[in-house]
Write a protein that binds this ligand. Structure first.
Ligand SMILES: CCc1ccc([C@H](C)CC(=O)N[C@@H]2O[C@H](CO)[C@@H](O)[C@H](O)[C@H]2O)cc1
Length: 791
């Protein structure tokens, strides 16, 4: 049976459509179902092999999985691109339209969620038996649009259409309790929840490269525990009839859109407990299928907590071991600790979760009891050590740390800062517990998938081994003086820039010059990521261009992308300012095509796949010490963009790998940042010392970019003068000068291409395969069931 016939059969028998009446959506679903059929074989084989080998399994618990679109990933990993494109051609259809008809699975905010998705691809490609556990949100991250330059949020609706990749698992259903009270009889505790919801599993197969192995992403949906309230209905009280159902479904209704500030909302805590408890019950059931000694659990189960969001897993696992399996408390705590490990992704104080004891006691009374026991045990063993319970709060970072056998940071610099700041005291008590695992990205999506022209060039040159052994890219270093190769490399970038220019033209009606330097900053909008500093530099450049329009300027396109948390008003102000400045500069005849600002709304994984291959310059300009790692930085460098950045997060390691001569470094170091903050009035001093910055701030403050509302940005500018916590003022001049260095470098196309190639060729280490190999070796003690023993 050919691919074409398979698709037509699925169209007919699964969608009840014939080719004549089929929509793009129908064709896309039909194709997806055909691909899913292929995956199921691999998936079943892997599951069977796992049960046969009974190896250690990895369980990755995350509130977020930012998967994006899956169709091209499946086509790539199953090596079916040619066959699919041929069938689509034969059917006279548009491949690009079909694969882009799939909505992003936007079940995440940013870095943390996307990292989890990259990890799932690497776990499957490395053949490590693993489950990803999360929540099947009905609504993922909100859809962003702009109204008069201001961000507007609309509910995301990925599930209003058929989700082709998932399998509902009604047999995997668990009762999740909340509230109620705890009785104690003869030393045993009995929790009587006041409310119960059902957690139902939905499985998405995750197949690795070449379909060598398949793992499962199991997402939980909340459903009512009791049936429809017919009585109320018959009484005509329809709202009451639907109340318990609506309440239950609320738990998996929507992703919280905050990515740095903990909400402290009761529903968020219920979401965290809901998926964590369902996941632990599920993995425990699976374990007890093959094993009857609960004490051996740590030999077969490794649980990774993706930040503190699933940290309730510590007390929950102890509860299951003590209340359900009758183990003594201290033994239960020890077994739990040997299963659990915790990854910290941020140092921002406002992002460290703390739940009020009151709320915890009301929602999870038994868990609060157990947290007190954990606290008491740790205090008695280490008197004076940091407390979990403090000022009426339950500190989830301390709980996760104390209940984990390993804690890791996500870049070398971040891990050092974790040891020196947030967990300094606990580090002193447990000096070997904190280790580093620098983040990585999957080269399948972030090179093979999103950059076909570069993929082809590399594969033609060195074969396809790089896809699963990215360090092989380093052999390309020898090509820096190969004129032919450099030309092809440059042509690939240009092709991507032309494609992007066409897309921007079609979607935003803005014409871009592919010759210009494409300077891209795409990430969540946050003050520490300093999109504002990028914009101030842009206005300063604009001023200089207007002052001397006939000078030999390097044309530049500034591309911004990113969402602000709905309640983060400073970030929303920054978005508005970017759009207001874009409106003025893009209409300016004096600077014309020399400078353009583009801010496409609704930045997501699919847009990143469009923008990154077309970038010349990657903006990684966070205040040093604030960006735990960054992963966008890795994606840009892998796709041949040069980085302008600070010594922050993984920028430090990227610069070490690509060479300082191939990286535009600027700004204060993390140490210098801390030191500069001690200087009173450091911002005013910096502004006084920079006429260029003064001029720009003056223009913004007087309403140059909002003539109808001149005081619109008084707050934002005032904040820079008086509360420049992220030192935009102090790094501005060095940032501006470094941008001018980039201008000059870009004019030497041959040399720029050589530097870009050095980046691509040096990014092998930043594959998430290397990262996962590190977790498996240093934290989980897990092995691949298929591939040879991991090095
Ligand atoms: C409680 C609200 C909340 C939600 C999400 C988060 C995440 C930890 C924020 C996040 O995505 N952090 C990013 O994680 C990436 C993956 O490790 C890093 O590369 C980024 O530097 C870090 O900002 C914090 C607080």
């Amino acid at each position: 049976m050919t691919m074409k016939t398979d698709i037509l059969n699925r169209l007919k028998y699964s969608l009840g459509k014939d080719a004549e009446h089929a929509s793009t959506y129908d064709w896309r679903i039909a194709l997806s179902l055909v691909l899913r059929d292929q995956m199921v074989e691999t998936w079943f084989d892997a599951t069977r092999e796992t049960y046969a080998a009974s190896p250690k399994r990895v369980y990755y618990l995350s509130m977020e999985f930012l998967m994006g679109r899956l169709i091209e990933d499946m086509i790539g990993n199953l090596q079916m691109e040619e066959a699919v494109k041929a069938a689509i051609d034969e059917l006279g259809l548009d491949y690009d339209a079909i694969v882009h008809d799939e909505p992003d699975a936007a079940l995440g905010n940013g870095g943390l969620g996307r990292l989890a998705a990259c990890f799932m691809d690497s776990l499957a490609t490395l053949g490590i038996p693993a489950f990803g556990y999360g929540i099947r949100y009905e609504h993922g991250l909100f859809e962003q649009s702009f109204a008069q330059g201001q961000q507007v949020e609309k509910p995301e609706t990925w599930l209003t259409q058929r989700h082709a990749w998932e399998f509902e698992r009604p047999e995997a259903q668990y009762r999740i309790g909340f509230g109620g009270h705890v009785d104690h009889h003869e030393g045993k505790a009995y929790w009587h929840p006041g409310e119960v919801v059902m957690a139902t599993a939905y499985d998405t197969p995750i197949v690795g490269w070449k379909g060598a192995w398949g793992n499962t992403l199991r997402l939980w949906a909340a459903e009512p525990s009791k049936d429809f309230d017919l009585e109320s209905f018959n009484r005509g009280d329809y709202l009451a009839a639907g109340r318990s159902e609506a309440l239950a479904r609320t738990i998996s209704r929507v992703l919280y859109p905050d990515d740095t500030t903990e909400s402290g909302k009761e529903l968020r805590l219920k979401q965290e407990y809901f998926f964590t408890a369902a996941s632990l019950m599920d993995l425990m059931r699976r374990y007890l299928q093959d094993h009857d000694d609960i004490r051996a659990l740590p030999d077969y189960v490794a649980i990774q907590l993706n930040d503190t969001h699933p940290a309730i897993a510590g007390p929950e696992l102890v509860r299951l071991l003590v209340d359900d399996h009758g183990l003594p408390m201290d033994e239960a705590m020890d077994i739990a600790r040997r299963c659990l490990a915790y990854t910290n992704h941020t140092l921002l104080p406002e992002a460290l979760e703390r739940w009020s004891e009151h709320l915890m006691g009301r929602i999870l009374p038994r868990h609060l009891e157990i947290i007190r026991v954990i606290e008491h045990a740790h205090q008695s063993e280490y008197p004076g050590s940091p407390r979990i319970l403090e000022h009426g709060d339950v500190r989830m970072g301390e709980l996760a740390f104390i209940m984990a056998h390993k804690v890791n940071g996500v870049s070398a610099l971040h891990t050092e800062l974790v040891k020196e700041t947030v967990f300094a005291d606990l580090h002193r008590i447990h000096p070997t517990r904190i280790i580093n695992q620098t983040n990585g990205i999957t080269p399948r999506r972030w090179l093979h998938g999103c950059n076909p022209s570069l993929r082809r060039l590399i594969t033609d040159e060195i074969g396809e081994g790089w896809v699963t052994d990215l360090e092989q890219l380093s052999t390309l270093k020898s090509k820096r003086d190969d004129v032919g190769f450099i030309e092809a490399f440059t042509a690939s970038k240009r092709e991507n820039k032309v494609n992007l220019s066409n897309w921007i033209g079609e979607t935003m009606g803005i014409t871009l010059d592919p010759e210009a330097m494409f300077d891209v900053q795409i990430k969540r909008i946050h003050e520490y990521k300093r999109q504002l500093m990028n914009l101030l530099e842009t206005v300063a450049l604009w001023n200089d261009m207007r002052d001397t329009p006939n000078a030999d300027w390097t044309p530049r396109v500034k591309i911004f992308g990113g969402k602000a948390a709905p309640g983060y008003f400073v970030a929303k102000d920054i978005i508005r300012l970017i759009n207001d400045v874009a409106g003025v500069i893009n209409a300016d005849e004096v600077t014309g095509d020399k400078l353009k600002i583009v801010y496409p709304p609704n930045y997501n994984v699919t847009m990143a796949e469009r923008l990154i291959p077309a970038a010349d310059l990657s903006e990684q300009i966070s205040t040093a010490g604030k960006e735990a790692s960054g992963t966008g930085n890795m994606k840009f460098a892998l796709n041949g963009a040069l980085t302008i950045g600070t010594l922050d997060g993984a920028n430090v390691e990227i610069r070490e790998h690509v060479g300082s001569e191939n990286f535009f470094l600027f700004g204060l170091t993390a140490q210098e940042v801390m030191e500069r903050r001690t200087h009173h009035g450091f911002a005013r001093a910096a502004i006084e010392a920079s006429p260029r910055l003064q001029r720009v701030l003056g223009q913004i403050a007087e309403g140059r970019f909002a003539p109808h509302d001149p005081s619109r940005y008084h707050g934002l500018v005032g904040m820079l003068y008086d509360h420049d916590y992220f030192l935009v003022t102090c790094d501005f001049d060095s940032y501006f000068d470094t941008q001018r260095r980039a201008d000059v470098a870009y004019r030497n196309a041959k040399n720029w291409a050589a530097m870009a190639l050095a980046n691509t060729a040096s990014m092998g280490w930043f594959s998430s395969d290397r990262t996962i190999t590190g977790y498996a070796r240093d934290i989980w003690g897990a092995e691949s069931v298929t591939r040879p023993k991991l090095e």
